[in-house]
Design a protein around this ligand. Structure first.
Ligand code: PEP
Ligand code: MG
Length: 568
């Protein structure tokens, strides 16, 4: 058994699919028969082409034309005689193997394009690099795995899954996944919950232990992976799987019920989404709103920025489907573990502390304004609220809000209708903002506490690093005190406070958060019904009466014991 962090509920049983890039090394040697090498090259090019066509078709079907575009660009590279002919010439003129000719020629083009002062050409460098890697793999007789090529029931085993890998996973076949790195709040874990597939992350070593095609069980409830289970283990997990399904049916009975505590206090249970496709699951799980729409996914897995119209369509679709229910859209939060390859941003030593989110948007005003215009136009179709991520200072909020007001005026001047009731808030993810929440509360319409980042910045513990995951403590009194400061500051100004970090859906945190007076809990759609079941059994007054006690405790452990005792 391999232990890890339970990242997405449920039990999955299937064959392992190793999504690990193979070593692409080879011995450089000279050859006698250049024609044979050219033939080998042509064969590898053809196989790569077939593979890319498959991936493109799959991506188009699952994620639409826009996302498939990047593979069309790769196919164009493969067909470009200006690239392919010099490789063949090199084989013939220098008597080198196809691998060497491919690498040396493509590296030359990559260096040339990378140094050009033209964004389009720099993007081509990235395309050539990707394509060269694929062709080299075929020359060496190994395959570069791609989640879009999976066509049978599997459990994906990987070092880590990037958000764009996760976005490509085909739900029809991928039953679950397990990774070496990551924590409950890494984006692969968040995506697993929105795809409703069981996942275990942060196992440290699963890619070394599990082989391709091994039989595995992913227990996303307890954070375990069982390799090549015995008949007894298989039978016991099948039972656990059936029990989990039964429990889901019980939760479903509360789908259309309000979220009211035993002492009749009402709170809102909303969902976090990444794409318009996620809305169906929000409604199926009884979500009362969307507390966080992570718009980054509109920008990822593509070869260029989404246009204003594309964004408008996505936002409008979400707003219309949610009817008059609140939809909080977060403006672009790129950086950290969410990269945009086509922007070619320089690598940073500490990306989570670096040039990301609102910092990026305020320096790239054109990208920011395009998003704001799309949002403002969509506001006419539902109950839109806008929030800015990673705000660290009042000036950042004011600057972002002024740009928003400016675009609102521009649209009105153009005769385009924009809602007049859009609330504008911020995410509280940085301790500085939590500490002076009082000053912020006078200027914003609402707060949404992003504990995934707030915890990592307060405890100085990288949310992606399993070696310091013991410090990632949502119940630590330091975190609870910051949350309390934010809620008190907001309520003093009659503003509401939500939480969209993963802590909002955590069954140990929920009673404490109720006691602190949180108004809106936003979580993965699949956590909503268990949370509603739990909240209906809790007394808000009782939890509020012990707030001072748990806020003054010294350790997370004491808080957990205390909350458990009070809710038994
Ligand atoms: C957070 O930081 O809590 C949050 C919701 O944002 P993200 O997980 O996208 O960084
Ligand atoms: Mg965050």
């Amino acid at each position: 058994m391999i232990e890890g962090i339970a990242a997405s509920n449920g039990i999955a049983i299937a064959k392992a699919y190793q999504l690990v890039t193979p070593e692409l090394t080879y011995e450089k040697k000279s050859i006698d028969d250049p024609n044979k090498e050219v033939e080998r090259l042509e064969k590898a090019l053809d196989t790569a082409k077939e593979e890319l066509e498959k991936i493109r078709a799959h991506t188009r079907k699952e994620m639409g034309d826009e996302h498939a575009e990047i593979f069309s660009a790769h196919l164009l590279v493969l067909d470009d005689p200006e690239l392919v002919n010099p490789i063949k010439d090199k084989i013939r003129n220098e008597n080198v193997i196809a691998e060497t000719a491919l690498e040396e020629t493509t590296n030359m083009f990559i260096d040339m394009f990378k140094n050009m002062d033209n964004e389009y050409m720099r993007e081509r460098a990235a395309d050539i690099q990707d394509v060269a890697k694929r062709v080299l793999a075929h020359l060496l007789g190994v395959t570069i795995p791609n989640p879009g090529l999976i066509d049978e029931e599997v459990i994906v085993i990987a070092k880590d899954l990037t958000p764009s890998d996760t976005a490509q996973l085909n739900r029809e076949f991928v039953q679950g996944f397990a990774t070496d790195i990551g924590g409950r709040t890494s984006h692969s874990a968040i995506m697993a919950r929105s795809l409703e597939i069981p996942a275990v992350v942060g196992t440290k070593e699963i890619t070394d232990i599990v082989q391709h095609n091994d039989m595995v069980i992913v227990d996303g409830i307890e954070g375990k992976v069982i390799l090549n289970p015995s008949d007894d283990e298989l039978a016991s997990y099948k039972k656990k799987q059936a029990n989990f399904d039964k429990q889901k049916e019980e939760w479903a009975e509360l789908k259309d019920e309000p979220t009211i505590t035993a002492d009749k206090e009402q709170v809102e249970l909303a969902a976090n989404i990444g794409t318009p496709d996620d809305v169906a699951s929000v409604l199926a799980n009884g979500g009362e709103g969307i507390g966080l729409y992570r718009t980054e996914f509109l920008y990822m897995g593509k070869s260029q920025l989404p246009t204003e119209d594309e964004q408008y369509d996505a936002y409008k679709t979400v707003l219309e489907q949610m009817e008059d229910k609140p939809v909080v859209v977060r403006t672009l939060d790129i950086g950290g573990d969410k990269e945009l390859s086509y922007l070619d941003l320089p690598e940073e030593l500490n990306p989570f502390l670096g040039f990301r989110a609102i910092r990026f948007c305020l320096e790239n005003e054109d990208i920011f304004r395009t998003q704001l215009r799309a949002l403002l136009r969509a506001s006419a179709h539902g109950n839109l609220k806008i929030m800015f991520p990673m705000v660290a200072t009042l000036e950042e909020f004011q600057q972002a809000n002024n740009i928003l007001l400016d675009e609102k005026q521009n649209l009105k001047d153009e005769g385009i209708s924009v809602s007049d009731d859009i609330e504008v808030g911020i995410m509280v993810e940085i301790p500085s903002t939590a500490v002076i929440a009082k000053q912020f509360a006078k200027e914003v319409d609402f707060f949404s506490i992003g504990t995934n980042d707030l915890i990592q910045y307060t405890m100085a513990a990288d949310r992606m690093n399993e070696r310091v995951s013991y410090l990632y403590q949502p119940y630590h009194p330091a975190i609870l005190n910051l949350i309390s400061t934010v809620i008190e500051a907001a309520h003093a100004e009659d503003k509401w406070v939500g939480m969209c970090g993963e802590m909002a859906g955590d069954s140990i945190a929920i009673p404490a958060l109720l006691g602190l007076g949180l108004d809106e809990f936003s979580m993965s759609a699949t956590s909503i019904l268990p949370a509603r079941t739990q909240i209906r059994g809790l007394s808000q007054e009782k939890m509020a009466s012990c707030k001072n006690k748990f806020l003054s405790m010294g350790t997370a452990e004491e808080v957990v014991e205390f909350v458990k005792e009070k809710t038994e």
